[in-house]
Design a protein around this ligand. Sequence first.
Ligand SMILES: [Zn+2]
Ligand SMILES: [Zn+2]
Length: 345
Amino acid sequence: MSAVIGHEAIVRELQSLAASEDPPHALLFAGAEGSGRSLLALEYARLLNCEAAPPSPAGPCGVCRPCRLIAEGAHPDVIHLGPGDTLCRPQPGESSHEKHPDSRDIRICQVRGLIDLVARFPFEARTRMVLIEPADRLGREAAHTILKTLEEPPGHTVFCLVTAAPEVIIETVRSRCRRVDVRLVPPAEIASGLVARGVDPAIAARAAAECRGLPGRAIAFAADPALMGDRDRLRARCSQVAASRVPARLAHAGELAEAWRRDRSVVLRALDAWEAFWEERLRAAAGESGASSAAGPVVALRAVSQARADLQAQVQARPALELMILTFPPVTLEPDPEEELSRYA
Ligand SMILES: [Zn+2]
Ligand SMILES: [Zn+2]
């Protein structure tokens, strides 16, 4: 069984690429976090390294050593390169090079380390895989430095660039990669994928309905069904925060930043709730006087998508969330009718 839920056409495409005379050495997987984009890249790594002979049209065997190690995230020749220190190699003679475990970009020193690495043979793989994620965090200098390697990659290494924002990657890098667009997956496919993995059918159906087309999120819901179904509670919280002053707003941003460290899905769902909250106000505004009252919700919606992009790009969570919350226009809530009544009781 493939590790990927949905995306049948892409899986077939990867199979035929891997079986071809000259499999592409640089791919760009473009899609949202949770869409299955990195699993697809790993599927390509399995296809290129599976020891079952001849390679089966059903995909990698799933039981040979490379198949198992890749699925477990333990293969020594599958290299993940992201923002941080991985592969950092200071320039020779550079007198002081501070460690940068929390950097938001993939830096040129890391690309130097990567170039050193790919000059050597893999430990045991037929084909080493370098997964660059999120590839939109390649700094400009780093992107230019990686170009030559992408152009003439050594035969034993393939590069998979993974990103939610392909347009941010410089054109010269993009054009050297074969692009794979990883779209949202229909709920029915997600539900049956979850059931095939042993999830209770009722939970699978609910998770599929609430994950907004993202199998990764559906898997998190299936693992912890308590995460689902609290949409009403989240909406009530949005109204409350939107109507409050700066200190209460900042406290909310702080809670979310704290949650981001433990469980990112909690924050992504809070952002969904904020989006729904402002979309509703936008619809209401459109029904009323139009342009002037729509401006606030439009600004707010833009702030939500900016925050989502920042978090994807591994910007520090707290400032990104604070900026979003403080950008929200002030809201006066309609008085709750029951509360009104109780005042006169
Ligand atoms: Zn295999
Ligand atoms: Zn460095």
